[in-house]
Design a binder for this molecule. Structure first.
Ligand code: ADP
Ligand code: MG
Length: 393
C-alpha cells in the first residue's frame, strides 16, 4: 500500500516536525559533501512555500563522549542549509527545554528552525517513549524525509511519527519509487551487481536478489569468499572464512544466475604495492591480495549487463580509492552508463562516491541517499521508519 505524502497533509499554519538526514560528512567545522542537505530541499521548500512552520531535526555522527558532541555540532549544517535556500534558518542549540520551546512558538509561517543533533539525547537511539512524547508535543504534524535513517527504530524515526499525523517527504517518495520498482516490479532483465568489502554485510541481499533478479554479478572483496568456496586459494585477499559455507549455498542456489570473476588484479601490498599483476581466479598465488576484478572479468560482467532494463548496484568491484585498483569499478560504471532504456539504481555509500568520483553520477537513474537503508530494503526487510507511516487513504 502506498504511503501518505506531504501533499496529502494540510500544512498551512501548522508546525511540522521534519526528520531529515543531515548526517553529512564534515571536517574542521565545515560540511564537505552537502548531497544529503540538497536531497531534503524539495520537502523543505514545499513546506515553507505552503505556509508551514518548519522544525528540522536529524542526527549527525555517533555520540558517545562529550568530545563526540563537540565534533558533531549541528550548527555547521544550519550554515550550509542557509546557503542553499532562501528562507532564514534559525539554529537552536538544544534538543529540549525553554529555549527550544520559545523558538518553536515564535516560528512564523514559512520559517525554518533546526534543532541540535538528536543524538545529544541518549534516549534517541533507544526510542525512549518520554523523549518521543516530548518531541511530538512541539508540533502538529510529522514528516519523515530521512531515508538514510528509516532502517533504525529510534525516537525521531519511529517514536514521534507513531504519535502524530504523519507523511513521507519527497525524498522518501523518490527512494521508495525507485527501490520499490527494482525489487517488486522490475523491467526485465534485472541484473544486480554486488561488491564491496564484506560478504557478511550483504548475505541477506545476495539471498533475496538471487530470487528476485535475473542475474547476480559478484565482485569486490566479497568475490574472494566465493572463489575460496569453489576450492581455490585466494592468497591474502579479504576472505570471511566463516561465510564460505554460505557462499557454497549461494553458488548452488544461483547456478548460472550467479556470475563470479574469472580473473583478478593482485598485489603484494595494498598501501605500498611493489608488484601488481593480473591472474586467473583459479591461479591466485600465495602471499598476494586480490584488489580488483581483471580485464576478462570486466568484459564478462559488461556482457552480462547487456540488454538489462533494471540494474541495482551495491559495492565497488575493487579498492577503487586507489587509481591502480579502480579499473573494475570504472568498468562497471561505464557498462551501466551505456545501457539504453535501463533504470539503474545505486544503493551504497561507497558505490555512490565511486560513481561521482569517476564522473558517472548523472548516468544513473537514481542514487540512493541511504546505504544501510537501501540494503535492508533490497533484502526484503521491513523498514521500521517506513512501516510506522500512515497509508494513503
Ligand atoms: P557500499 O558502501 O557501496 O555498500 P561497501 O562499504 O560494502 O560498499 O564496500 C566498499 C569498500 O570495499 C571500499 O572501501 C573498497 O575499497 C572495498 N573493497 C572493494 N574491493 C575490495 C578488495 N578486493 N579488497 C579490499 N577491499 C575492497
Ligand atoms: Mg560503505
Amino acid at each position: 500500500m502506498a504511503k501518505r505524502t506531504i501533499e496529502d497533509l494540510n500544512v498551512k499554519g501548522k508546525t511540522v516536525l521534519v526528520r531529515v538526514d543531515f548526517n553529512v560528512p564534515h571536517k574542521n567545522g565545515t560540511v564537505t559533501d552537502d548531497t544529503r542537505i540538497r536531497a531534503a530541499l524539495p520537502t523543505i521548500n514545499y513546506l515553507t512555500s505552503h505556509g508551514a512552520k518548519v522544525i528540522l531535526f536529524s542526527h549527525l555522527g555517533k555520540i558517545k563522549t562529550e568530545e563526540d558532541k563537540a565534533k558533531n555540532d549541528m550548527s555547521i549544517v544550519a550554515e550550509a542549509l542557509a546557503g542553499l535556500q532562501s528562507a532564514p534558518v534559525k539554529f537552536v542549540n538544544a534538543t529540549r527545554g525553554a529555549e527550544l520551546e520559545d523558538a518553536v512558538h515564535g516560528l512564523k509561517e514559512g520559517e525554518i528552525l533546526l534543532m541540535q543533533n538528536t543524538r545529544y539525547e541518549p534516549g534517541e537511539t533507544k526510542n525512549d517513549p518520554e523523549l518521543a512524547k516530548y518531541w511530538a508535543s512541539l508540533a502538529d504534524l510529522y514528516v519523515e524525509d530521512a531515508f538514510g535513517s528509516v532502517h533504525r527504530a529510534h525516537a525521531s524515526t519511529v517514536g514521534v511519527p507513531a504519535l502524530l499525523p504523519n507523511a513521507g517527504g519527497y525524498l522518501i517518495a523518490k527512494e521508495l519509487k525507485y527501490l520499490g520498482k527494482a525489487l517488486d516490479d522490475p523491467a526485465r532483465p534485472f541484473v544486480a551487481v554486488l561488491g564491496g568489502a564484506k560478504v557478511s554485510d550483504k548475505i541477506g541481499v545476495i539471498d533475496n536478489l538471487l530470487e528476485k533478479a535475473d542475474k547476480v554479478i559478484a565482485g569486490g572483496a566479497m568475490a574472494y569468499t566465493f572463489i575460496a568456496a569453489k576450492g581455490y586459494g585466494v592468497g591474502t585477499s579479504l576472505v570471511e572464512t566463516d561465510k564460505i559455507e554460505d557462499a557454497k549455498k549461494f553458488i548452488a542456489k544461483g547456478g548460472d544466475k550467479l556470475i563470479l570473476p574469472v580473473d583478478t588484479v593482485i598485489t603484494d601490498n595494498l598501501d605500498n604495492p611493489t608488484r601488481i599483476e593480473t591472474v586467473d581466479c583459479d591461479k591466485m598465488p600465495e602471499g598476494m591480495m586480490g584488489v580488483d576484478i581483471g580485464p576478462k572479468t570486466i568484459a564478462l560482467f559488461t556482457k552480462a549487463l547487456e540488454g538489462a532494463h533494471t540494474v541495482f548496484w551495491n559495492g565497488p568491484m575493487g579498492v577503487f580509492e586507489k587509481e591502480e585498483f579502480a579499473a573494475g569499478t570504472k568498468g562497471i560504471c561505464a557498462a551501466v552508463a551505456a545501457l539504453p532504456d535501463c533504470m539503474s539504481v545505486i544503493g551504497g555509500g561507497d558505490s555512490a562516491s565511486a560513481a561521482k568520483k569517476f564522473g558517472y553520477a548523472d548516468k544513473f537513474t537514481h542514487i540512493s541517499t541511504g546505504g544501510g537503508a537501501s540494503l535492508e530494503y533490497m533484502e526484503g526487510k521491513q523498514l521500521p521508519g517506513i512501516a510506522v507511516l500512515s497509508d494513503k487513504a
